[in-house]
Design a protein around this ligand. Structure first.
Ligand code: PLP
Length: 342
């Protein structure tokens, strides 16, 4: 586990990396370490995976949703700033689909409010923003090694951060809150003694998973290059199809990890289109149904259709195409031909 943490710190440029059992677990301990709780608010896009919103809510806090750009699906910095109040304890932008969110203005808004930025980098192993990797800009960042992500350990995740004291807190919360430091002076090397000052969780990555991760780290560049080649092939193959919006790249300098290739169906009902694709044996994903329209979020927080126009317009039309490093060029061509026919 220590070896994977070192590799990750080197990849991202963050001085501290803490391996956890999932990105969701990572977010849980980050919010806990920040003391986010009852009466607090956390600003995040609605166009994100529900695990973020769940973790905010499970801490007793209120998720406050910022709208996203229809074309890039990235959260809008002005929207983030507009939603910050004196109750806001953190903002959580997402590096959507593997392209980076516009971190500088988001960070500037958070700095003005004196609150931290937590980067959801679940799609962003290999992503960079203005020449520096996700996680390397001074913020806390959370990565996922879930089976569908750019690298995997079966299940797993990583938190990177720039503050040694914060990393120490995360390490305690990751493993029961167990502290051995105070006992070290009594023995040479290991000691069976420990104390717990704050109860913690059981969110460590295992060494077995980390061993897979170490090998995956050696392949990440090659796998991301393959993803980029497949994405370029999709772009070429789908060019000029009426009624289909291709993913827009953010205008700021970046490297894209091409975690997802998301198109928007504008000429017919998206779900009917998914049905037609099934006839060609093509499975697709939905990243993501807007979180402010999930049943429990509507019921508890009174969010509704019409709150976030960019995100909702995209949410009705989005569709994630098959994309993984082992995919053959011919598979991409097959998908493109099916799109043309439909
Ligand atoms: C996958 C994902 C997560 C959660 O990752 P886990 O490791 O499965 O907990 C969080 N945020 C986003 C944007 C994701 O895609």
């Amino acid at each position: 586990m220590a070896e994977l943490e070192e590799q990750f710190a080197a990849l991202t440029g963050a001085p501290h990396a803490v391996a956890v059992s999932s990105a969701t677990a990572g977010l849980h301990i980050v919010l806990a370490a920040l003391g986010v709780g009852e009466g607090d608010e956390v600003v995040t896009p609605s166009m994100t995976f529900a695990s973020t919103v769940n973790q905010i809510v499970l801490r007793g806090a209120r998720p406050v949703f910022a709208d996203s750009d229809y074309g890039t699906l990235q959260v809008l910095p002005a929207e983030v700033e507009r939603r910050i109040t004196r109750r806001t304890r953190a903002v959580i932008p997402v590096h959507f689909a593997g392209a980076p969110a516009d971190l500088d203005p988001i960070r500037a808004a958070a700095d003005r409010a004196g609150i931290p930025v937590i980067e959801d980098a679940a799609h962003a192993v290999g992503t960079s923003y203005r020449g520096k990797p996700a996680g390397g800009h001074g913020n806390t960042a959370i990565y996922s090694f879930h089976p569908i992500k750019n690298i995997t350990t079966g299940e797993g995740g990583m938190v990177t951060c720039h503050d040694g004291e914060f990393a120490k807190k995360l390490r305690l919360l990751r493993f029961h809150g167990i502290e051995r430091d105070a006992w070290k002076r009594y023995g040479k090397g290991g000691t069976p003694h420990y104390d717990i000052r704050e109860p913690g969780y059981k969110y460590n990555l295992t060494d077995l998973q980390a061993a897979i991760g170490v090998v995956q780290m050696g392949k990440v560049k090659r796998m991301n290059e393959r993803r980029a080649a497949l994405a370029a092939r999709y772009r070429e193959g789908l060019q000029g199809i009426a009624g289909l919006d291709l993913p827009e790249s953010p205008p700021w300098p970046h490297e894209h990890s091409w975690h997802l290739f998301i198109v928007k169906v504008t000429s017919m009902d998206r779900d009917a289109f998914i049905g037609r694709l099934a006839e060609y044996n093509i499975g697709v994903g939905l990243h993501f149904p807007p979180c402010h329209l999930l049943s429990y979020v509507r019921e508890r927080f009174g969010t509704k259709e019409g709150d976030l126009p960019g995100c909702e317009r995209a949410g009705r039309r989005i569709l994630s195409l098959p994309l993984f490093p082992g995919m053959a060029d011919g598979d991409v061509d097959y998908v493109c031909a099916a799109f043309r026919e439909i």
